[in-house]
Ligand binder design. Structure first.
Ligand SMILES: Cc1cc2nc3c(=O)[nH]c(=O)nc-3n(C[C@H](O)[C@H](O)[C@H](O)COP(=O)(O)OP(=O)(O)OC[C@H]3O[C@@H](n4cnc5c(N)ncnc54)[C@H](O)[C@@H]3O)c2cc1C
Length: 392
């Protein structure tokens, strides 16, 4: 049975993260955004609070929390700092879960334990200058040589890239029947031949680390192969479900923050002798914004709830990601509109959310790709359903 109320433990986690976000992050979030650097001291505090490794297994030092708690925590962080929420979401999901699922005992001891204990950040390096949605188009190669793999190629937009202790990196290790075989590697950024550079000039998420990583004859120990050779995409794509649910939660947090500000402003701002919230045009906006934020949260928590029960939910994760990220972009834009000219000014805080949310429809699989995945899923289940046969 699906519960709509949070449990006592989930409420405690929500309150813990909410208090931390208000007390420690909010006073400095605009300045961190201007500086364009990830505030690592706050990241480590989230580690000490047990939030950074909250869904990772307890036996490796993680919190062993459920995914509903995880999406609640990300939502609370994103309400104040979308950049920190992305840092956590990437580290915990695509940056660590593949190790928990496919890692050897030695790999778990070396990488999963510090990730789970909140002493290390994880990253995930799949995208390349010539390959994003089309993951099989990647051209980074890995060949074996004397107990090592030698990696050559370039990855871009690696979230946490400049601050991580490990990046799960996809590279081509061979070909079978003309198809590329892709493998996953646990790359330590200070390995010989690995060059990490901060990518500057983003539209938003200024205080999230985004890196270009160039591999030039990079030597990665053979024991850092994650999972079987040639099975890297299975390792990587298996983690994207959690990644997409995390981005959906991130979007819900941004949308809620913008809605809250819009409601406050609609009550306070007067025009033509009354609060602007009394105009039907503004009420229509607020009504739609509030309904869409709630629907986004429900879709996100449903996907998390399914993950907690071990129910595969690629379609539900894609639906949550698609709907919540489009809602958040809509709500951020409408909140600015309700603020009139003040919405356009940095000091009102909406400009940062408006910039930060733009990428949400692009990363962790663009929304065009999410629509395609959802459509494939409904088409294949319709084909299996007897009521949809041509004869019915
Ligand atoms: C801030 C930021 C952080 C990121 N973090 C990471 C990270 O940590 N790790 C990582 O590996 N990557 C990361 N990315 C990369 C991100 O996942 C990719 O940008 C995204 O997957 C899209 O790939 P692309 O940019 O190459 O666009 P393309 O794949 O070239 O797509 C261009 C356009 O074509 C559309 N399109 C492509 N194929 C189809 C199709 N079959 N049907 C319909 N439309 C299609 C797309 O939807 C898009 O609108 C990040 C990106 C950004 C901007």
């Amino acid at each position: 049975m699906m519960e709509f109320e949070l449990t006592e433990e989930q409420r405690m986690i929500r309150d813990l993260v909410r208090d931390f976000a208000h007390q420690e992050i909010a006073p400095r979030v605009e300045e961190d955004d201007r500086r364009g650097r990830l505030p690592m001291e706050l990241v480590w505090k989230l580690g000490e609070l047990g939030i950074l490794g909250m869904v990772l297994p307890e036996e490796w030092g993680g919190g062993g929390s459920d995914y509903v708690s995880y999406v609640v925590a990300i939502e609370e962080l994103a309400r104040v700092s979308p950049a920190l929420a992305v840092t956590l979401s990437v580290s915990c999901s695509v940056g660590a879960l593949p190790i928990a699922r496919a890692g050897t005992e030695a790999q778990k001891e070396k990488f999963l334990r510090p990730l789970a204990e909140g002493r290390m950040l994880g990253a995930f390096a799949l995208t390349e200058p010539g390959a994003g949605s089309d993951v099989r188009a990647i051209s980074t190669t890995a060949r074996q040589e004397a107990g090592h793999y030698i990696l050559d190629g370039t990855k871009i937009w690696v979230t946490n890239g400049t601050e991580c202790g490990v990046m799960i990196t996809m590279a081509v290790t061979g070909r079978q029947n003309g198809r590329k075989e892709i493998s996953a590697f646990l790359v330590e950024p200070d390995s010989p031949g690995v060059n990490v550079r901060l990518m500057e000039g983003k539209l938003g998420l200024h205080s999230s680390s985004t890196a270009e990583v160039v591999f030039e004859e990079a030597r990665i120990p053979r024991e850092n192969l994650l999972g079987a050779e040639g099975k890297g995409l299975r390792v990587a794509l298996g983690a994207l479900e959690g990644g997409r649910v995390g981005i959906a939660a991130h979007a819900v947090g941004i949308a809620q923050a913008c809605l809250d500000r819009a409601v406050d402003y609609a009550r306070e701002r007067h025009a033509f002798g009354r609060a602007i919230g009394q105009f039907e045009a503004i009420q229509t906006k607020l009504g739609e914004m509030a309904a869409r934020v709630s629907a986004s949260r429900l879709l996100t928590r449903r996907a998390a709830w399914m993950m907690d029960r071990g129910l595969g939910c690629p379609k539900e994760a894609s639906m949550a990601k698609l709907y919540a990220t489009e809602t958040a972009n809509f709500v951020a834009a409408e909140a600015i509109q309700i603020h009139g000219g003040y919405g356009f000014m940095e000091e009102f805080g909406l400009a940062r959310f408006y910039r930060d949310v733009r990428v949400a429809t692009i990363f962790e699989g663009t929304n065009e790709i999410q629509r395609m995945l959802i459509a494939r899923s409904v088409l294949s289940s319709a084909a299996r359903s007897p009521t949809c046969s041509r004869g019915s």
